[in-house]
Design a protein around this ligand. Structure first.
Ligand code: HEC
Length: 188
């Protein structure tokens, strides 16, 4: 080790303390997540879809992606509209590596506040990447028809509900009114 002019043991140890205490990269940047590199399988896609839809619970208790996001491949009424449609997000956020890192520590406001204390696990991120990749290959962004379907379903449901109420209450309502009318006629 070279002799440094003016270096004393005390100064050296003070310098070492300074280096140790220096702010480094945030922990989340260092916490190298290890998501397997193996090719996605069909079952990854299936599991990813179950996680996305909330049919399979997240280990740390995060909410299902579909409550805020939709994917072109999930069909039905699609998912939520609070977050962006994720059909085309795979390549835009850097493919497997980029999106994998993104999901392990989401940098955006809503995602961060939702998942900060419910971090996704590598075994969950892999199938999610698989289902999002699959959607980017064969899905089309959900169009507004799913919104129209939602409104129609809601309206239809309301009509069915009203019809059922009418059916259930018809007898009782009429008979009460009939008795009242009879009472009126008899002048009671
Ligand atoms: C509570 C609602 C909510 C839930 C649940 C949610 N997200 Fe998000 N997500 C958002 C919002 C809102 C944004 C837009 C950026 C922001 O504000 O964080 C977003 C952004 C994203 C983006 C970036 C999209 C882009 O176009 O840049 C990805 C990827 C993403 N979410 C993936 C997921 C995955 C995967 C899940 C499930 C594990 C999930 N999100 C669950 C609300 C949610």
């Amino acid at each position: 080790m070279p002799n440094v002019a003016g270096m004393t043991p005390d100064l050296a140890s003070a310098l070492l303390d300074l280096i140790e205490g220096a702010p480094g990269p945030a922990k989340s940047e260092l916490a190298g997540i290890t998501i397997s590199d193996r090719p996605f399988t069909a079952s990854d896609v299936v599991i990813g879809q179950q996680i996305f839809l909330g049919e399979r619970r997240l280990a740390n208790g995060g909410p299902a992606c579909a409550s805020c996001h939709t994917l072109g491949t999930i069909g039905g009424l699609g998912g939520g509209r609070l977050g962006p449609d994720l059909t085309q997000v795979f390549d835009r956020l850097g493919g497997r590596k980029g999106l994998g890192a993104w999901l392990s520590a989401p940098p955006t406001q809503t995602m961060q506040s939702v998942f900060r204390n419910h971090a996704l696990q590598p075994e969950e991120i892999l199938p999610l990447l698989a289902v999002i990749d699959d959607a980017s290959n064969r899905g089309r962004p959900a169009d507004s028809s799913s919104v129209a379907k939602f409104v129609l379903f809601g309206f239809g449901g309301m009509l069915v509900g009203l019809a059922l109420l009418q059916l259930a209450w018809r007898g009782r309502f009429r008979s009460v009114r009939r008795t009242m009318v009879r009472a009126q006629v008899r002048g009671e």
